[in-house]
Design a protein around this ligand. Structure first.
Ligand code: CO
Length: 462
């Protein structure tokens, strides 16, 4: 039996532990070794890396990808894409989604993992179609969450729909690390009997379940898992690559990984990790186990966001109330999975409900849009009173929000100033207008290691 291993140190581990602050220069020297370690793929781009490059690191994200490609010649390079949201926090028109994928594949991406926060497959169709047209590997995603309305049948049906859409593989994305070994075994067994394409599992160690969950998943026939090299593993990151490789190799499962190379890779990243602990960017708190997510269904990253938000407002004493309010808001909204951008929306609304002293006295703009159907179909029923309050007699949107948007790429290209010189620059500008303009005009502050502060409120969860 074979097991594919995807290394996440460059993207998810980097994002989950140090808010995606790793600079290209820090890992350039190890890329050629990583290419020879035997990984199935390196998850190295997308998610929050793009935003972080422009916003904090003064780096061209496309240039970063091309440099990685020049060093990693054999191993597949993988990215995470939020479907119609691309790498931003709102929906973009189809032509922008297609252009983004074309540019990404041209710059070196092999595998695109595509998800929609609401598991509304209409929001990933265009991205999947374009990825396949470009000859890249389209990985469809099942965003995993638990709620009274989420069950095995619904996930199995989603798997069948993804296969019908033509994706090359399916990833079950457990961003909160709440999938138990039993659930993993059941879900993978079900999917293995309903779809033919390979199944990958992505989880986090947040609640401590991660390695156990992988164990049962592989027992059920899971084809691939995501792990992080040990110095960047654990806590809100993925389980350790070396440990899982040790376990599965002992069981006679072929991971293709070279232990010696893994050690070299970890020896390289260890001092980097230590540096981030010293400078305070890596808070040891996120390396621990936090079982709150099992009770509150709150991803680890979201918890740090909430703590940081409440601290800023001098209201940390309200944390317990906000944690209790969060699942209630989620229920009112029809149980959306807590992944970017839903996690930020639900958390902020819960905080608002507590701090204002009255539930839904103030409703944030994004929650209003969600109730109007602008993010896609809610997984379950939205609370009727709340719905009426927001819709005020209007009808919710039936079609995809992207169907209401006019093509934007060529128009923006014609209108944007001289600072955007290439199609990639234009894309940066469409995704993050103010930040990209500042970056492209060279007005960004140079990042100084050790002095960077992390604003958790804008961090992505995935
Ligand atoms: Co993740």
């Amino acid at each position: 039996m074979e097991l594919h291993i995807t290394e996440t140190v460059l993207r998810d581990a980097n994002q989950s532990l140090i808010a995606t602050r790793m600079k290209y220069q820090e890992f350039d020297a190890i890329l050629e070794t990583m290419d020879k370690a035997g990984y199935f793929s390196l998850e190295c781009w997308g998610g929050a890396t793009f935003d972080s490059c422009l916003r904090y690191l003064n780096e061209d994200p496309w240039e970063r990808l091309r440099k990685m490609r020049s060093k990693v010649k054999n191993t597949k390079l993988q990215m995470l894409l939020r479907g119609q949201n691309i790498l931003g926090y709102k929906h973009y028109p189809d032509d922008v989604v297609r252009k983004f994928i074309d540019l990404s594949v041209d710059a070196g991406i092999d595998i695109i993992r595509i998800f929609d926060a609401l598991n509304d497959t209409r929001n990933i169709e265009v991205a999947v179609d374009e990825t396949l047209k470009k000859g890249a590997h389209a990985q469809g995603t099942i965003v995993y969450t638990t709620s009274p309305i989420h069950n095995m049948e619904a996930y199995a049906e989603l798997g069948i729909n993804l296969e019908k859409m033509g994706v090359n593989s399916i990833c079950i994305k457990d961003m909160a690390g709440v999938m138990s070994p039993k659930e993993a075994f059941e879900l993978i067994t079900t999917l293995k009997s309903t779809v033919k394409i390979p199944i990958f599992l992505h989880t986090h160690c947040t609640t401590g379940l991660g390695p156990l969950t992988y164990m049962k998943a592989v027992e059920a026939g899971c084809d691939g898992i995501d792990t992080a090299i040990s110095s960047f593993s654990g806590g809100t990151s993925q389980p350790a690559t070396e440990a899982l490789n040790y376990v599965f190799t002992q069981q006679g499962i072929n991971t293709g990984l070279d232990m010696k190379k893994l050690k070299e890779i970890n020896d390289f990243f260890k001092p980097i990790q230590e540096g981030y602990i010293k400078s305070g960017v890596l808070n040891p708190y996120v390396l621990g186990t936090n079982t709150d997510a099992l009770n509150y269904q709150i991803p680890g990253g979201m918890l740090s966001n909430l703590i940081s938000q409440l601290k800023q407002q001098n209201a940390l004493d309200k944390l317990e109330s906000v944690l209790l309010e969060t699942p209630k808001v989620r229920k009112d909204l029809g149980y959306p999975p807590l992944v970017t951008p839903m996690s930020q929306m639900v958390g902020t609304q819960a905080a608002m409900n507590v701090l204002s002293g009255e539930r839904y006295k103030m409703i944030i703009k994004e929650v209003k849009s969600y109730i109007k159907g602008e993010y896609g179909r809610a997984p379950g029923q939205i609370d009727e009173t709340l719905k009426q309050k927001v819709l005020n007699g209007e009808k919710p949107l039936e079609c995809r929000f992207a169907d209401t948007l006019s093509p934007a790429f060529e128009k923006t290209k014609a209108e944007v100033g001289d600072f955007a010189k290439t199609d990639e620059d234009v894309m940066d500008y469409i995704l993050f207008p103010q930040i990209a303009e500042k970056y492209l005009k060279g007005e960004n502050e140079k990042p100084e290691s050790g002095k960077r502060t992390i604003k958790y409120t804008v961090e992505a969860i995935g």
